[in-house]
Write a protein that binds this ligand. Structure first.
Ligand code: AMP
Ligand code: MG
Length: 323
């Protein structure tokens, strides 16, 4: 069985094709803002201008007849972007006469991570631009045990980078700068129960930079503080739930310092640490295609009337009837 998935919740416009065993292809045409952060209307405009070409390119590599399921990111994400992708998926589904499956974007990150790493019942740390959550499965649902109270860690890194004159996306640039940081400056460490918050930290780090602290030291201090918060909450979830696996997913999961800190924590607890290959970490069409394949095999189909986008779609809202 072959599934085609379209991702377009924010910056990434991506189509992936997977079968039960592997990712067959991923084609990307990302929106990169000329200045500032992601503007929802501009990103949607980009997606609508490029989606036709991207579909053509995919179908020059794989026969349209071979596709068994057409899927798309139904949410959470930016409304204008989601609508473009949903429309494209509906058209494809009708044209190819194949079933449509709308999927939860966060669950797609998580399930593609489990698929590619072999993690069975992990605590998942999902860190991306707009989202930061600690998730674990209880019975037929995934539950969010802790999450950001304001912005996602990716947005926080991007905001800080922008303030220091670096272009979007800032996360990888902060990572590079941080490697040459020499001095740690204390920043607000905000963990409340199982939740955490980044926006106060961003303001404090921006002030450090305005005071003349080097980019390297600001980046280093920010990463050390923010990633320690994420490691603390992930560890607490593992302890409470008695889990010995941690899975890292989402675009910020590409960061090697974050991976290193989580690896150390897992080693201390005799737990295993997993992270999928980098191309499947950030938003991509293959994760959508994979989750749709899994759902389709377990009886899920999205009727046209139910295919409206869900900008606030929560992972807890999905009934999970697979292992
Ligand atoms: P996603 O929304 O899952 O596609 O992730 C996008 C976010 O990941 C953006 O905020 C990027 O700045 C961030 N990101 C990508 N690579 C890295 C990295 N190496 N370190 C930190 N953040 C990163
Ligand atoms: Mg994402």
């Amino acid at each position: 069985m072959i599934s085609l998935g379209i991702e377009g919740t924010a910056w990434s416009l991506s189509i992936g094709v997977v079968d039960e065993k592997e990712v067959l292809l991923i084609e990307n045409d990302p929106y990169i803002p000329k200045e500032g952060g992601i503007h929802p209307r501009e990103a949607a405009q980009h997606h609508s201008e490029r989606i036709g070409k991207l579909v053509k390119s995919v179908f020059s590599k794989i026969e349209p007849d071979k596709i068994d399921v057409v899927s798309f990111s139904q949410g959470p994400g930016m409304g204008p972007c989601l609508r473009i992708v949903a429309t494209a998926a509906r058209v494809l589904s009708l044209k190819l006469k194949k079933p449509l499956v709308g999927v939860n974007h966060c669950l797609a990150h998580l399930e593609v991570g489990r698929w590619k790493t072999g993690a069975k019942n992990p605590v998942t740390l999902y860190v991306s631009g707009g989202n930061s959550q600690v998730i674990a499965r209880r019975g037929k649902r995934y539950r969010v045990f802790g999450e950001t109270l304001d912005i996602g860690i990716g947005n926080a890194l991007d905001k800080l980078a922008r303030h220091m004159g670096l272009k979007h996306p800032g996360g990888p640039k902060i990572e590079k700068l941080a490697r040459n940081g020499k001095r740690y400056y204390e920043l607000p460490y905000v963990v409340k129960g199982m939740d955490f918050s980044f926006s106060g930290m961003v303001t404090a780090a921006q002030k450090l930079y305005d005071r003349g602290v080097s980019k390297e030291d600001v980046a280093f201090s920010f990463q050390e503080t923010a990633f320690a918060m994420l490691a603390e909450v992930s560890e607490r979830a593992m302890a409470y739930l008695d889990r010995d696996e941690l899975l890292l997913v989402g675009g910020v999961g590409a960061n090697s310092r974050l991976k290193e800190m989580l690896e150390v924590m897992c080693k201390d607890r005799n737990a295993r640490f997993y992270s999928p290959p980098t191309e499947l970490m950030g938003d991509n069409g293959a994760m959508i295609a994979y989750l749709a394949l899994l759902m389709f095999k377990h009886g899920y189909v999205t009727k046209l009337k139910d295919s409206t986008v869900k900008p606030d779609f929560r992972i807890e809202d999905v009934d999970v009837n697979w292992d």
